[in-house]
Design a protein around this ligand. Structure first.
Ligand code: NDP
Ligand code: MG
Length: 390
């Protein structure tokens, strides 16, 4: 029987994965090794019981007693803390989904690669912060990384095993998020509640706000660069409000292969779960006649400066991705906490990138986890003193 682990099981991606696993037969189809979550230990315990997991881990040590209580009598081990998630990731499993949010997903993801496992990667932040480390470790260990982000799954599927020699460029699409049609002068006063409503996709709050600011697409441009090894000049972004085409691969002979599908993450998760086979998935089928038209526009970079920053990060190379990711996480925290406005996030990230470049240069791409964490800390310190100075 195939063994699986799901890290970040209680989140939006984790719930979609749980739905697929239960529909596929749950514990009679899979042996579940580890599930992890953070604050929501009641749901984590419920999932662990349903899948008969070996171990359930919360990232938060103060939640361990609650988790133990929720698992009482089940025979499922309970553990807590970031190290315990890494330890759970180290347990052999045939397939591990990394659906933790933010840079916290990097250490357990690396652990899966270290044991030459198959890593279904939703956690784009680990590629942004440490792309060379992640891809290098996978190559060294012969581990497999399957992209779960919908655009990257779409590129992967469109390439269908082809190499990139004949690829002129790839295009990833963006819905435009909550504020696509807002007049620019209104954006400065956008609230957290307004930014947290996505027109097409049901996702976690942080990525939904990142969609409104296009920081999500900026992360995805860098993710495309790191995962597929394409330069910034070969990665394009198009605003496509219907979210039906997720990515397109344009070849040098003028042909373009596009990937279409309903905006439902269960497609990309299920594709990675069943790869290299395809299985029936509970995803709505497209009715293009009913849709009538698919539309596209070039993104307005005055409205969405994050896209320019992504290109600059790729061009800077070295540790710029680690700084960008941490600065973005900090700016998002500051927006959610009401310390800065919606349109202050991109300038805050840019100031942190400039300060880090001045203070330390971006040097080499981090070769180990410790170096990534140092850069992460440098970025957060610089972001905090810039905010203090503002
Ligand atoms: P959510 O915020 O919905 O879920 C995050 C998960 O991580 C939860 O299980 C949460 O636990 C857990 N978690 C939170 N903080 C920590 C921490 N410090 N250490 C360990 N675990 C933690 O996120 P999403 O599901 O939206 O996104 C997950 C990842 O997938 C992100 O990298 C995102 O960019 C990517 N992604 C998401 C898409 C989507 O549709 N949502 C689409 C494409 C990519 P708890 O909830 O119990 O606190
Ligand atoms: Mg995406």
């Amino acid at each position: 029987m195939r063994s699986i682990s799901v890290l970040g099981a209680t989140g939006s991606i984790g719930e979609s994965a749980f739905d697929l696993l239960m529909r596929a037969g749950g514990p009679s189809a899979f042996r579940t090794v580890a599930l992890s979550g953070a604050a929501n230990v009641a749901r984590l315990a419920e999932m662990a019981r349903a899948l008969r997991a070996e171990v359930a881990v919360t990232a938060l040590p103060e939640k361990l007693d609650d988790l133990r209580a929720a698992l009482a009598g089940s025979g499922i081990e309970a553990a807590a803390g970031a190290d315990a998630i890494v330890e759970a990731a180290a347990r052999p499993a045939d397939w591990t989904l990394s659906a933790i949010i933010g840079a916290a997903g990097l250490p357990p993801g690396l652990e899966v690669l270290r044991r030459a496992g198959t890593l279904a990667l939703a956690n784009k932040e680990s590629l942004v912060a440490a792309g060379r480390l992640v891809m290098g470790l996978a190559a060294d260990k012969g581990a497999t990384i399957l992209p779960v982000d919908s655009e990257h799954s779409a590129i992967f599927q469109s390439l269908n095993g082809d190499n990139l020699d004949s690829v002129e460029y790839v295009t990833i699409t963006a819905s435009g998020g909550a504020f696509r049609d807002w007049p620019p002068e209104k954006l400065a006063s956008a609230t957290v509640a307004e930014a947290s409503c996505h027109p097409n996709w049901a996702m976690g709050q942080r990525i939904t706000i990142d969609s409104a600011s296009m920081f999500n697409k900026a992360l995805e441009v860098i993710e495309t660069h790191e995962f597929f090894g394409l330069g910034a000049d070969r990665i394009k972004v198009l605003v496509h409000p219907q979210s039906i085409i997720h990515a397109m691969v344009s070849h040098t002979d003028g042909g373009c292969i596009a990937h279409l599908g309903a905006p439902d993450m269960r497609h990309a998760i299920g594709y990675a779960l069943n790869w290299p086979a395809r299985a029936d998935l509970p995803v709505a089928r497209l009715d293009l006649a009913a849709l009538g038209s698919l539309t596209f526009t070039a993104p307005d970079e005055t409205r969405w400066p994050a896209l320019r920053l992504a290109r600059e990060v790729i061009q800077a190379g070295g540790a710029a991705g680690a700084v960008f990711n941490a600065a973005k996480e900090q700016a998002l925290d500051d927006f959610i906490a009401g310390r800065i406005g919606f349109m202050d996030m991109a300038p805050a990230v840019e100031r942190t990138l400039d300060a880090a470049a001045r203070e330390a240069g971006f040097a080499e791409s981090p070769a180990d986890l410790e170096t990534v964490l140092v850069w992460d800390a440098v970025a957060r310190r610089l972001a905090a003193c810039k905010a203090g100075a503002a």
